[in-house]
Ligand binder design. Structure first.
Ligand code: SF4
Ligand code: SF4
Length: 360
């Protein structure tokens, strides 16, 4: 496994990290032993960065599953969790809950979670707010490092990085949105901060469309999943690539990338970063940060079907019904208030797309 220094923390992290947001039910319920075995297998294969959050999918039980696995991890590990509260008291309560749920004495990488804009960032720094509470917890030894996760664009990330209050950042970064965030990554690296990247497969879009994304593979033998993970892992600015694990097989496949050769042709990196492939610029990543809509429009589901139009799937018009159980006409409930567009991490013209979708 390749290990990289996480900024100035003195910690060396595995280039592939365990993303704890995709635990799946096995039969009618979650299997805690199986989930623990996934994490143990990851640890045996060299992964030492384990990322969770209080509210991840899997019925918000990810921290509980982590706690089960942590009872007997085979190797040294670092844990990352988060709080999205702006109020310091609320953050403290959530931090203590995370410690209890995982039954551990401290969090190695504690994230000020999901900063959506510079205004949001400033609110977290306000007196009595999230950052102040995290600092106090750090002084008390409950946190090793205060970091943040953000969906800001590259320019905003650059401002946050240059302020130097936090030791590292977790950002969504993949072959689709790389140019949108690159400037922020460059600034963070220059400031000697750690960078963890999430969503490397763009919400599953890349593995679902292997033919369209074949251009990122070095040859016919390489899978698009491996190629997408390698694209992130090979970059000097990036410390860890978080891969969502939902089975033992996925653990083995993802960990193998960090244990193998990171051979990404230079021309592939250039093609992706310069958007030679125009398709990349226009796709919804399924991150759902545009939700909820005050009118109840299922924005990300409609945008997902719009992706299929862009990917030239002839069946795109029918997908909303057979796959999502909705109707294209539901998109007409949009009143064009614009809230979702201000939150869209891809800066998509959602309103225009919904208008088009509503008459399919
Ligand atoms: S612009 Fe339309 S879809 Fe977006 S939040 Fe407003 S009503 Fe909902
Ligand atoms: S429309 Fe934008 S915010 Fe919403 S899911 Fe797609 S990329 Fe994410």
């Amino acid at each position: 496994m390749l290990y990289k220094e996480y900024g100035k923390t003195g910690k060396k992290l595995s280039v592939i990290g365990f993303g704890g947001m995709r635990f799946a039910k096995r039969g009618d319920d979650y299997d805690l032993d199986y989930n623990a075995e996934m994490m143990h297998q990851a640890s045996r294969m060299g992964i030492n960065y384990f990322d969770t959050a209080p509210l991840y999918y899997c019925d918000a039980r990810s921290e509980e599953f982590f706690g089960q696995a942590f009872k007997n991890m085979p190797n040294e590990y670092y844990v990352s969790t988060k709080s999205n509260y702006k109020d310091g008291g609320e953050l403290r309560r959530q931090l203590e809950q995370s410690l209890r749920r995982m039954d551990i004495p401290k969090i190695n990488f504690f994230h000020i979670w999901c900063i959506m804009s510079l205004e949001d960032y400033r609110e977290r720094l306000a007196k009595g707010g999230a950052y102040e509470a995290a600092l106090k917890a750090k002084e008390e030894g409950l946190i090793d490092h205060i970091v943040a996760s953000t969906h800001c664009n590259g320019e905003e990330i650059e401002i946050i990085a240059n302020e130097g209050r936090i030791e590292g950042l977790t950002v969504g970064y993949n072959v689709l949105n790389a140019p949108y965030r690159q400037r922020g990554l460059d600034a963070a690296y220059k400031n000697n901060m750690g960078i963890v990247t999430m969503n490397p497969l763009s919400g599953g879009l890349i593995p679902k469309n292997p033919d369209k994304f074949r251009f990122i593979c070095k040859d016919d033998q390489e899978s698009v999943v491996d190629a997408a993970l390698k694209f992130n892992a090979v970059q000097k600015e990036i410390t860890v690539v978080l891969a969502g694990m939902d089975s033992l097989e996925s653990v083995v496949q993802n960990a193998a990338v960090g244990n193998g050769k990171l051979d990404v042709p230079e021309e592939t990196i250039t093609a992706i970063k310069t958007r030679e492939n125009k398709l990349l610029d226009q796709l919804c990543t399924g991150c759902q940060y545009c939700m909820p809509c005050p009118q109840g429009v299922e924005i990300s589901k409609h945008m997902d079907t719009y992706n299929l139009k862009l990917l030239e799937d002839p069946g795109h018009k029918g997908v909303i019904e057979w796959y999502w159980g909705l109707k294209n006409s539901h998109a007409a409930d949009c009143t064009a208030c614009g809230i979702c567009e201000t939150k869209c991490t891809q800066h998509l013209n959602i309103i225009e797309r919904l208008e088009e979708v509503s008459v399919w």
